[in-house]
Each structure stands twice: as structure tokens, then as C-alpha cells.
Design a protein around this ligand. Structure first.
Ligand code: ATP
Ligand code: MG
Length: 237
């Protein structure tokens, strides 16, 4: 689904040169749920932005769903991004003056879906996150957790191949965070491929695969048994 090979990303600002990713390699298969952890400034968002075709890189190869992105122009990159990627950000990135319905509609319009198809997708995705009754609300009328669920609905409505989430629960209290995590886990069990950056070790442990980034490099892979598969006997042992 996603394959990065020796990707390097260097930022140059004035005299400062930052090696945000160095020889970064990672392979994510369809249906995986990967938690990305690591210290602040280690390159997690850089990795996610490159994965989501929002940022470029200087060296290495990146193949997304079988497409080698090398040499694609900006137009080709944006249509690939719109078609394959669903983004979920820490601050939700909803448009305050748009209703929930119109927030989800906007990227669908951009992709040229018919009005009928858009309506179907918007309603289905709002139903999926439990907010269909509030489709005419505005973001500020919702709690943070609800706003993040709208952002997830917006990502889902385009039927992306992969969901990329950068600290999706970073602004939420623990109850709302666990609701958003439950939703992401359900989506993954329904087949969605998810890569999530998180600072929360409990969240990382709840996810099947962990990738730690330190200083722009993958420093550790751990495969955890999903907690829900622990049998009662093992759990009490
Ligand atoms: N647009 C940019 N211009 C210059 N330097 C940048 C830019 N974006 C990121 N960097 C630098 O690249 C490094 C990696 O940043 P990145 O945002 O990927 O870290 P992060 O792991 O997501 O950190 P955090 O946990 O704080 O969000 C940092 O040193 C950062 O200052
Ligand atoms: Mg970050």
C-alpha cells in the first residue's frame, strides 16, 4: 500500500539545515494500523506529510498504492492525494463558516462527484461517525471529539485507500480521545489502512504495529498483540 525506500528530507532555512528524514524506509500493507511515535522534532509529521503527498523529498523512492510518485507534476500529485488519502489533523481543520454537511461536501465537489453521489457519501459518512442528526450544525456547536469525528467523516467520504492521522486526539480529553480511538479501531477492523502519529503510549500499545522515529530514522519496530485478543487466562496470569 505504502512503500518508502531511503527517503531523505532536508529543510534549509537561512543558514540552518535540518535533516528531518534520513534514509527513511517503511512498508505498510493494506489493512494495517500503524502507530508512529518518537520525540518532538524527530520527523513524524514530516513523514506523514510526505506520505500524504503534501510535502516533497530530495532522495529515495515512494510508491503509494502501486504508483511511483517520482516525476509526477503538482496536478497529478493533487489528484492522487484526493483519490487515495484521507487526512485527520490534530486541530480538525474544519471550515467554521460551513455546516458539517458542507465541510464534507467541499473535497467531494473538488473531485467532481455528482450532486446525488455527494449527498449519498456525506450522509453515509456522517451516519458512520454517529453525527447525521447534526448535519446542519456548524463546527463551533460541537465538542472537540465531535468535531474530530466530522473530520474523520470528511476523510471517509472520499473512500480513501489510506487514512493518515497526525495526533488525532492531541486536543481531546481522555474520554473523547478514547471515543475517537474506538472509531479508528472499528474503521481498521472494517478494512481501512491507518497510520497515526501519537504521543500517547497507551494508544500506541493498543495498535497492532508501532514504528518509532528518532532523529529522522526508523529506530524501532514492535508488533504488539492487539489488547482485545488477550485471553482472560493470559490477562489474569
Ligand atoms: N517547513 C519546515 N521548514 C524548516 N524546518 C522544518 C519544517 N518542517 C519541519 N522542520 C524541521 O524538521 C524536523 C522534524 O519536524 P517534524 O514536524 O516532522 O517533527 P515531529 O516529530 O512531528 O514533532 P512534534 O512531535 O513536535 O510534532 C524538526 O527539526 C523541524 O524543526
Ligand atoms: Mg508533528
Amino acid at each position: 500500500m505504502l512503500k518508502m525506500n531511503n527517503v531523505s528530507r532536508i529543510y534549509e532555512t537561512g543558514t540552518v539545515r535540518t535533516h528531518a528524514l534520513r534514509n527513511f524506509s517503511l512498508d505498510v500493507q493494506e489493512g494495517e494500523f500503524v502507530a508512529v511515535t518518537g520525540p518532538s522534532g524527530s520527523g513524524k509529521s514530516t513523514f506523514l506529510n510526505i506520505a500524504g503527498l503534501l510535502d516533497s523529498f530530495q532522495q529515495g523512492q515512494y510508491t503509494l498504492d502501486g504508483v511511483n510518485i517520482q516525476g509526477l507534476n503538482d496536478n497529478a500529485l493533487s489528484s492522487l492525494r484526493n483519490e487515495k488519502i484521507g487526512f485527520i489533523f490534530q486541530n480538525y481543520n474544519l471550515i467554521p463558516d460551513f455546516s458539517l454537511y458542507d465541510n464534507i461536501d467541499m473535497p467531494l465537489r473538488y473531485r467532481g462527484f455528482s450532486a446525488k453521489d455527494r449527498k449519498y457519501r456525506i450522509e453515509k459518512s456522517l451516519e458512520r461517525v454517529g453525527l447525521i442528526a447534526r448535519k446542519d450544525y456548524y463546527p463551533k456547536q460541537l465538542s472537540g471529539g465531535q468535531q474530530q469525528r466530522v473530520a474523520i467523516a470528511r476523510a471517509l467520504a472520499g473512500e480513501p485507500k489510506i487514512l493518515l492521522a497526525d495526533e488525532p486526539t492531541g486536543n481531546l480529553d481522555s474520554l473523547m480521545a478514547s471515543q475517537v480511538m474506538t472509531l479508528l479501531e472499528e474503521l481498521n477492523s472494517e478494512g481501512a489502512t491507518i497510520i497515526m502519529v501519537t504521543h500517547d503510549p497507551d494508544q500506541a500499545r493498543a495498535v497492532k504495529r508501532n514504528v518509532q522515529i528518532i532523529d529522522g530514522e526508523v529506530s524501532d519496530f514492535s508488533i504488539y498483540a492487539p489488547s482485545q485478543n488477550v485471553s482472560p487466562i493470559e490477562a489474569s496470569a
